[in-house]
Design a binder for this molecule. Structure first.
Ligand code: SF4
Ligand code: SF4
Length: 114
């Protein structure tokens, strides 16, 4: 398996596991607000999608994974998670998940560019 891919996957699984599922970040996301509460469009939902992609519970062809691409990278969820003491870089984790997905690396493909 590609080393960079494995490092990113390990980082994602480690960091997402720190999420306490408090969902304080959810209401901060303008896309969650715009969709009137679609869970997959919330920061917390996107982290769960990444976890499910990496542990095999979700296929990379599932349409729900495209919510990772909809993230605006505004960082509002980061500030909220930090304010609540969990300090996850949520938007960065979503960006890493999107990277794996867009480069076909969720299932362990090869790519040298990060
Ligand atoms: S605020 Fe942080 S710990 Fe709470 S659900 Fe969101 S990402 Fe997880
Ligand atoms: S960075 Fe993405 S997930 Fe976080 S609040 Fe902004 S749009 Fe929502």
């Amino acid at each position: 398996m590609d080393v960079k891919r494995q490092e990113i996957a390990d980082t994602l699984l480690r960091e997402v596991a720190k999420c306490r599922a408090c969902r304080f970040c959810v209401d901060m996301c303008s896309l969650y607000q715009a969709t009137e509460g679609v869970e997959s469009m919330a920061p917390y939902g996107r982290l769960q999608i990444i976890k499910c992609l990496l542990n095999g519970a979700l296929d990379e062809d599932d349409p729900i994974v495209y919510s990772l691409y909809s993230c605006l990278q505004c960082g509002r969820c980061d500030g909220l998670c930090q304010a609540k003491g969990q300090n996850l870089e949520v938007s960065y984790l979503i960006r890493l998940g999107k990277y794996l997905l867009s480069h076909g690396l969720v299932k362990g493909g090869h790519d040298e560019k990060v």
